[in-house]
Each structure stands twice: as structure tokens, then as C-alpha cells.
Design a protein around this ligand. Structure first.
Ligand code: ZN
Length: 352
């Protein structure tokens, strides 16, 4: 997942009873998952084609007609796979999306082989175990299970597993399908990665659905100076000016802002949360700024859901240990709430 996500949950229900699928279906899901994790599909060095082809072969073996399966993409290394599971057609299709490429993984950065699925202490390890092969494997395993069980939904279910979500686009993956095979993925709406389930001490707490994403904007702050020799310093110093600006930025915060989704999220989560945080979350939903301040201070994630944020992420400056700097620069990375324009963020950062 390359983007910062804004996660909200709506209308979830806690599932008390054991709802795990039959053992053979769990086994199948695990097998598909492992096959995906162990395929090298780094977006620049790997290929999604082997995964797309393996999925197509599994679907055919499970009885899906070849006419309902499409494998293809922008080039031979960037295959997507699209499969249609037929429903009654009473409603327009539902599109289930997941990407099968992964961010690069260097063996030396990992304590385990990133392309070997390892299960340890209740967790899976491997590149793409979360992002996004779990979802891809679940979609396919479920589709095969539906077929075995003879499930007939009231609409077609389309699963599209795509290339190049993590980079390498813009004309591969979903873009390529939209431009070249739109009829295959035309749907009433789509479910994509971004939401997640929350589990506390083994208990299912919520199933979060992400309805919108924050956008991001990077700003480069630059201070230039004529420089000079470090043996004759003057107060007019590029690094000091930049440091001052960043210090002011560090104490600046965008105003809190609720929208209908965050309001619903805090309303619902207040019912499950315990202690003072629960009461504060309910107050957040009512618009209390005081409560937002407390909730934001207690949780970086909730703070980020309630406001646009900007933070310094990179610094550069100076060109020699014995010279006054002629350049000092910083990158400021902002995550912008839906509905707020980047230019407005720029103005507010600039005012600091
Ligand atoms: Zn992702």
C-alpha cells in the first residue's frame, strides 16, 4: 500500500460465533496465499504474470469456464487476471480488486527470506503478506468455495488481481484494464484494499471499511545564502533560518475537521472502546474540540484521521564542514484530508 489511508469503520457487526470456513477451504486459501507470496512480483524486478497464470489454472481446475477468465496486461511481465463469477444478474456486478505486485524486497534488509512464507507465533512473514496478497488470495479462495457450494449471488462477482499498484504505471494494472478491457470490470461499485479488521486479545472488534483516502503533497522548503568561510560566521545562516522555520512548523497543527465518515466512525467505535477514551470518542462524534485534542494526543492514528498533517521528513544542507551553507532544504510531507485543496495546505504551511 503506497498511500496513507484513512480508515473508518461503518456499520460493522461483531461476529461472536465461529465463522471460519471449512478446513479444506482454509487449506486452499493458505495454498494460494503461499503460492502468491513465493512468487517474485516486485514491481520493477519481478513479474505478476506467474501469479496471474497460476490463479487462472486454479480457477479452471475448479470448473470456471475459460471464457470467464482473462489473463493479460500492458506487457508480458505485467499480467493481470480477471475472473467473473456469475450471479442471477438482478443487480449490477460487484468488483473485488487486489494488486499482486509488491514493493521491492532486498534479502539483506530482511531477517527471513521475503519470498518464503513463514508462519511464526501467530503471524505470517513474507513480502506482501498484508499488502496485498492476503486479500488477493482470499478473493480467489472464496470464489472457488462459492463455486463448490453452488452459491448464487444476486449479481456477478468480478475479481481483478492487478499489476503495478506499487509503481511502474501509470498505464498498467487497473489503468490498463480500464482502457483496454473495461467491459470485463464494469461494476456498480468496487471493493479495494485499505480497510482492515481489528482484533483485540483474540476478539473480533470491528471490520473497517476505508471510504476515502487522504491525498499527499510534498513541499520543499529551501533557504539560499551567499555563504562564506566558517571562520567568519554571521547570523544570516541558511541552516539556522531553515531550522527556525521547521521549529515553527513543529508547533503548528491544522484545525480538526470531521466529515460524515469520521463522525460515524467515532460514534460506532465509542460503543466498543473502554474507559475515558470511549467517552471522548463519543464527544468527538458530537464535534467537541476538547475531546478531539485528547483523542488526538492519545493516538497518532486518530489524530491523523481528524486533521490534515504536515511533517518534516528529510533534510539537506551545507556543502563543506568549513563553509557557511549556501543551501539548506527540507522536505515536508503533508497528508491532506479529503475535501481540502493542496493549495490551501501550501498557504497554511507557508504562513508558518
Ligand atoms: Zn497495496
Amino acid at each position: 500500500m503506497s498511500k496513507m489511508l484513512l480508515l473508518f469503520s461503518l456499520g460493522f457487526a461483531c461476529l461472536g460465533a465461529d465463522v471460519m470456513p471449512p478446513v479444506q477451504d482454509q487449506r486452499l486459501a493458505r495454498e494460494i496465499y503461499q503460492e502468491m507470496i513465493e512468487s517474485k512480483s516486485g514491481f520493477t524486478t519481478g513479474s505478476t504474470t506467474s501469479i496471474a497464470e497460476a490463479v487462472a489454472a486454479r480457477l479452471k481446475a475448479a470448473g470456471f469456464p475459460a471464457a470467464d477468465i482473462f489473463v493479460g496486461g500492458a506487457n508480458p511481465r505485467k499480467a493481470n487476471v480477471v475472473v467473473r463469477y456469475h450471479g442471477t444478474g438482478a443487480r449490477k456486478p460487484l468488483l473485488l480488486l487486489a494488486h499482486i505486485d509488491v514493493v521491492e524486497a532486498l534479502r539483506e534488509d530482511w531477517t527471513t527470506d521475503p519470498f518464503t512464507l513463514i508462519e511464526k507465533d501467530g503471524y505470517f512473514y513474507g513480502r506482501g503478506t498484508m499488502d496485498d496478497r492476503a486479500q488477493a488470495a482470499v478473493w480467489i479462495a472464496n470464489l472457488i468455495r462459492y463455486r463448490h457450494e453452488g452459491f448464487r449471488p444476486n449479481r456477478d462477482l468480478i475479481v481483478a488481481l492487478t499489476a503495478d499498484e506499487e509503481g511502474g504505471g501509470p498505464y498498467n494494472g487497473v489503468d490498463w484494464l480500464l482502457k483496454n478491457k473495461r467491459e470485463l470490470i464494469e461494476a456498480e461499485y468496487a471493493l479495494n484494499e485499505g480497510g482492515r479488521g481489528e482484533l483485540v486479545a483474540g476478539k473480533r472488534v470491528s471490520n473497517d471499511i476505508s471510504l476515502s483516502e487522504k491525498t499527499f503533497a510534498n513541499f520543499r522548503l529551501e533557504v539560499r545564502n551567499k555563504g562564506g568561510h566558517s571562520s567568519r560566521p554571521v547570523p544570516d545562516n541558511a541552516i539556522y533560518h531553515l531550522a527556525g522555520a521547521l521549529y515553527r512548523l513543529s508547533s503548528f497543527a491544522f484545525p480538526f475537521r470531521l466529515n460524515e465518515v469520521t463522525r460515524a466512525y467515532f460514534q460506532q467505535m465509542a460503543k466498543i472502546e473502554k474507559g475515558p477514551l470511549a467517552a471522548d470518542m463519543a464527544k468527538v462524534a458530537e464535534g467537541s474540540e476538547e475531546a478531539m485534542r485528547r483523542v488526538g494526543a492519545a493516538s497518532a492514528a486518530m489524530n491523523a484521521a481528524l486533521r490534515t498533517t504536515c511533517v518534516a521528513t528529510q533534510l539537506e544542507g551545507g556543502h563543506a564542514v568549513n563553509a557557511l551553507p549556501q543551501l539548506a532544504a527540507a522536505n515536508v510531507n503533508c497528508r491532506v484530508l479529503p475535501g481540502l485543496r493542496c493549495v490551501r495546505v501550501q498557504d497554511q504551511v507557508g504562513e508558518q
